[in-house]
Design a protein. Structure first.
Length: 422
């Protein structure tokens, strides 16, 4: 019979991995991940763990920092897997601009080490010191730099994970032009731990820009802010370009108005040219920030809080339809102009029983822009019928089910946390 009692599971995990490698959850984030938290010290221990869980029919979930799993789960998995002990830079070749990194290392720590060689991994989800490499890829996390640098799928050149039967699987490598395993890397990115546990990722990294300047202007209406943003997008090459609603702009100095923030990189002459053109394109008074001031404002923009609201979600539509869709959503937002992506926020706690209706309105708006909505966070108690992902068509969903069955025939990897309850 499968184990269901926490003390029994803890004893079993302690016997399997040792007393220092299994514990009861220490906080809310870990408790949302699993009844028992384990921390394998090596790939061999992780493989043993997966084989044991398959034999005993115990569900398991990689937890990273615990925030994503905690938000998505209606109930915890049995075993939450922490990869804190697998946090090395396995290989780094500055001349080749590639790095292979274990999944337990945080993005913030990786970029501090790359900075010594004037390089970085230009993925910028909120609070990078709390985002592990495994969570970065499994959750397909990205921030403002997606406009110029792309997303996680554009950076990964190789991946390793432990899957069905405890087998170590790998695809790709550390050679940027190597296309072996290309499909496997795409499949694992954004899989939310439902196909296996990512253990190592190889990236192409990029130079830290020579200069960075950030422009900010405010507008009385969403339409005016988006019109100015599209003028900048069409005429210049911003590395990120955001419109922020009044309710989220307090920390950005927007004083209750819609804000437009545009950033430019390059040498002195390049930045000066783009700065002069931005003034013309904004069509109004704008503020420019350099050096530490610019970095501080960027970090505030990057780290806007979407996890303490009653409901937050990510909207993805055709880029030119984004402004119109946001008008229909009737929510606070941070919009990535030119990408067709925005994060929606509905603040306040008085929404019990209404989250489903609000989410339905957002999804209706997304459908008008030929896009979709993915929930980021829903405050407890979450409504049972609240789906975190849109419902796919019969054809795509049948393909997803076959993929899940092929990668996870035992059904133990983070079940119920993907599209259609996969």
């Amino acid at each position: 019979m499968p184990l269901t009692d926490s003390p029994d599971i803890l004893r079993a995990m302690t016997s399997l991995l040792g007393p220092q490698r299994a514990r009861m959850p220490a906080g809310a984030a870990e408790a949302a991940g699993g009844l028992v938290v384990v921390e394998p010290a090596s790939l061999d221990e992780l493989s043993v763990l997966v084989r044991h869980c398959e034999a005993e029919r115990l569900t398991l979930a990689p937890i990273g920092s615990g925030r994503t799993v905690g938000a998505m789960r209606a109930r915890p998995a049995v075993v939450a897997v922490s990869l804190n002990s697998l946090a090395r830079i396995v290989a780094y070749e500055p001349a080749d601009m590639t790095a292979s990194v274990e999944a337990g290392l945080t993005l913030g720590e990786l970029n501090r080490r790359l900075a010594a060689h004037g390089q970085r991994l230009p993925l910028d989800p909120a609070r990078p010191d709390t985002v592990t490499i495994g969570a970065l890829i499994a959750g397909a996390k990205a921030g403002p730099l997606r406009l110029s640098e792309g997303t996680a799928r554009d950076m990964v050149v190789g991946i390793r994970f432990v899957g069905h039967g405890g087998r170590a699987v790998h695809g790709g490598g550390t050679v940027v032009k190597n296309v072996a395993g290309y499909d496997l890397m795409k499949v694992m990115t954004g899989s939310f731990g439902t196909l296996g546990i990512i253990t190592e990722v190889s990236f192409k990294v990029r130079p830290v820009p020579e200069g960075y300047t950030l422009a900010r202007a405010s507008f009385s209406s969403l339409t005016d802010a988006f019109a100015a943003g599209m003028r900048v997008y069409d005429a210049l090459s911003p590395i990120h370009l955001e419109v922020v609603s009044p309710g989220l702009g307090g920390t950005l100095g927007l004083e209750g108005r819609f804000g437009l923030l545009a950033a430019f990189c390059g040498n002195g002459a390049e930045i000066e040219y783009q700065r002069a053109r931005a003034v013309e394109l904004f069509g109004r008074q704008s503020d420019f920030f350099e050096g530490a001031e610019a970095q501080h404002l960027y970090q505030q923009l990057r780290d806007l809080d979407f996890e303490s609201a009653a409901l937050s979600a990510q909207l993805t539509v055709l880029p030119r339809a984004l402004g119109q869709c946001l008008e229909a959503c009737q929510a606070e937002f941070r919009a990535h102009v030119g990408c067709g992506v925005a994060q929606l926020v509905l603040p306040g706690a008085g929404l019990n029983g209404q989250k489903g209706a609000v989410l339905a309105r957002w999804r209706q708006a997304a459908s008008q822009g030929r896009g979709f909505v993915q929930v980021i966070h829903a405050s407890r108690p979450a409504e049972p019928e609240l789906p975190f992902f849109d419902t796919p068509g019969p054809g795509p969903f049948a393909l997803m089910r076959r993929l899940k069955a092929a990668f996870d025939p035992a059904g133990i990897f983070n079940p119920g946390c993907f599209v259609g309850g996969l």
